[in-house]
Design a protein. Structure first.
Length: 667
């Protein structure tokens, strides 16, 4: 095995594969091998090469992507919340930069050729494809920043030479990595076209790069703010980078960490405004379609086969049944979401339509005895995207003969042993549903999947501006009102803030905290809005990390809960159903091998991890070290001669030991 594969993956191993493009797909690309020295001399070759990177985009299924957080919970117990379960890997892990080779090969080859005007074709398109590769290099580095923090910055192709690769393994301070990412995105913004060149928004464009820039800058700005004074930021007490001579005298480019925080937040404000000011939101008619002729673009946007007509969608992934490129989004979204349920904490976060929290006096809350009651007069995102017993999810079939409909069961199937049909928390998400029943046949769905949408820019601006200035300007207020108006919520933001009780919010929602302390009401409501808008879209884990919203679990375990199974309504309904079908019989008792529901003595709300003595029976807990992933021991072994790895240029992340198969220490 090559050394480069073992410890850094920067070196190029094997022959290059270049492909031709299929512009209306993101990763449907027939391969063809060519000789490298005869390649990348003309526009079409740059186009074909760059499209290979589209498979690395953060495409998330819109029904389950916030699993293992406080807002979605699957059947399996996440080890990161159980003391001693997450351990340092012996091999692999998050370290590895092999994906950057092809990107840097392209940039190192094309940039000098383009400067010498040696590449034939349309200049504007040549620049666009170069911009795409800057984007992807930034994206790869951002993924590392989120996962491991300090990281090598890889801008060239390296030979398979041990000493060169060891030197290239040096971890630069995360602020330098983040600044590099923003620099690459600035290059992408400068070079890429303002609209997707394929005309369908299946390829990148300038606004997508601006949106990612706002995401990166907001991530780093808030990370530095909430981890300030810890080993998780450069020059913080115990920062492991300081032990390496190449980082020992590090100084922030802006002079100090506070200036650095402000610089990143300013970058986020500018970039997000560039997008939010230019792109509207998909309208919401307030209708939950339940048959032919009923329509709501906001609902349909998530499950559309062709998403190019939605202004809000900046980039989406297309699928093609004829080419055999399909997905399982429609079938999972229309059934039980692979056993991944929405939590009580998420449901309680939704405001009432009048803008008040459910517990506030005069809110008009109808209670939570039934799922129908929970959704009445609520934020329309709850009404539209939380499934309700008896509702239709699919009802037509345009490709084949009639196959009936897919209807929500009249009782959530919380007792099923099948992942496909189990309603793990009782609450289930509808995002991604398309009424065409054919999309569910043989698990061969071909509706699209959103990658980036403009609503994120609205929310990034609101948050970044408030974090930077501790107030809201006219733009932030306007963007927030636009989000609430689309959600069918009263636009009086201050009324919501005044009625917010942080103690009540903190009982279920982790984002009420940063560094173990409650945040102010305005900031919490900004975070609440983000959770309600992006529920199940894959933002939550990264948000919780950058907000440092898990410290409180180190002292107070958290119990995942779902719907109110032991209230006045459901026990009788399940008992009636069990007379006809024994699978609906509710059986409890932690030592009962037949138990299928949590004991009412524990909570009136279903607790999926307390049905039996699971690893999380005593609640979710947390280790400070878990905010970053550990570096596998394999990489230290190969880059060091000393048995304690002290001469390796790589250093372990805070709290993680230099021993394989060991859990994190307390910090």
């Amino acid at each position: 095995m090559k050394l480069a594969n073992l410890y850094i993956g920067i070196s190029f191993i094997g022959s290059l594969l270049f492909t031709t493009s299929c512009d209306d797909q993101l990763d449907i690309v027939p391969p063809s091998s060519v000789t490298p020295e005869n390649y990348l001399w003309e526009e079409s070759q740059l186009e074909a090469y760059s499209i290979n990177q589209y498979g690395t985009l953060p495409v998330k299924d819109p029904f389950d992507s916030d699993n293992q957080t406080d807002i979605q919970a699957g059947i399996s117990v996440p080890g990161k919340y159980v003391a001693g379960e997450w351990k340092v890997p012996a091999t692999g892990g998050s370290w590895g930069f092999g994906d950057l080779y092809n990107i840097n090969y392209f940039l190192n080859t094309v940039l000098p050729r383009n400067e010498q005007k040696q590449i034939s074709g349309n200049k504007e398109m040549i620049n666009h494809y170069i911009g795409e590769m800057y984007f992807f290099r930034a994206l790869h580095h951002f993924n590392k920043l989120v996962d491991i923090g300090d990281s090598p910055i890889v801008t060239t192709t390296y030979p398979d030479d041990k000493e060169i690769l060891i030197t290239a393994s040096k971890r630069l301070p995360r602020t330098e990595v983040a600044r590099f990412i923003i620099s690459d995105l600035d290059s992408a913004i400068m070079l890429m076209k303002p609209t997707s060149p394929d005309g369908k928004k299946n390829r990148l464009s300038k606004p997508v790069a601006q949106l990612l820039k706002s995401r990166v800058a907001l991530f780093e700005g808030t990370w530095l703010k909430y981890f300030k004074g810890t080993a998780f930021v450069p020059n913080g007490p115990g920062w492991p980078g300081a032990a390496k001579d190449y980082n020992a005298n590090y100084q922030f480019q802006s002079g100090n960490i506070d200036n650095e925080i402000n610089w990143f937040l300013d970058q986020a404000i500018e970039a997000s405004n560039n997008v939010a000011s230019a792109f509207g939101l998909t309208p919401n008619t307030g209708i939950l379609p339940q048959g032919p002729g009923e329509s709501n673009p906001f609902v349909e946007m998530y499950g559309a086969i062709d998403m190019s007509g939605y202004e809000e969608v900046l980039l989406w992934k297309a699928y093609d049944k004829g080419l055999g490129v399909t997905n399982n989004i429609p079938v999972n979204s229309s059934t039980a979401n692979l056993g991944i349920g929405v939590t009580r904490g998420m449901v309680d976060s939704y405001l009432m339509a009048n803008g008040l929290p459910y517990y506030a006096q005069g809110s008009g809350y109808h209670g939570d005895e039934s799922i129908s009651d929970v959704k009445k007069d609520r934020d329309e995102r709850a009404f539209l995207f939380l499934k309700e017993p008896g509702q239709l999810n699919m009802w037509i079939n345009t490709d084949m003969g009639s196959h009936g409909v897919i209807k929500e069961p009249f009782l959530p199937n919380i007792t099923s042993g099948s992942e496909q049909f189990r309603y793990n928390t009782g609450y289930t998400n509808r995002k991604g549903v398309n009424p065409d029943k054919a999309l569910c046949d043989n698990w061969g769905g071909y509706n699209g999947c959103i990658v980036y949408r403009s609503a994120e820019a609205y929310l990034n601006y609101i948050e970044a501006y408030y974090e930077r200035h501790n107030t809201l300007d006219a733009k932030a207020t306007a963007y927030w009102k636009a989000i609430r108006k689309r959600a069918g919520v009263d636009e009086d933001i201050q009324k919501t803030i005044d009625a917010t009780d942080m103690q009540k919010e903190a009982a279920a929602n982790w984002s009420a905290y940063s560094a173990g302390k409650l945040v102010d009401k305005t900031l919490y409501n900004i975070r609440r809005e983000r959770a309600c808008e992006f529920m199940a879209e894959g933002y939550r884990t990264d948000d919780l990390r950058r907000w440092r919203s898990l410290d409180q679990l180190m002292t107070t375990p958290y119990f995942i809960e779902g719907f109110k199974i032991w209230g006045d309504y459901y026990p009788e309904k399940y008992a009636e159903a069990a007379k006809e079908d024994k699978t609906y019989e509710l059986i409890y008792g932690v030592d009962n091998s037949n138990a299928n529901v949590s004991d009412p003595a524990l909570s009136k709300y279903v607790r999926p991890y307390q049905i039996a003595r699971t690893l999380a029976y005593d609640g979710y807990t947390w280790k400070m070290a878990h905010y970053l992933s550990p570096i596998a021991i394999q990489h230290f072994m190969i880059t060091a001669k000393e048995t304690d790895y002290s001469d390796s240029p790589i250093y372990q992340n805070p709290g993680w030991p230099l021993t394989a198969s060991q859990p994190a220490d307390d910090i």
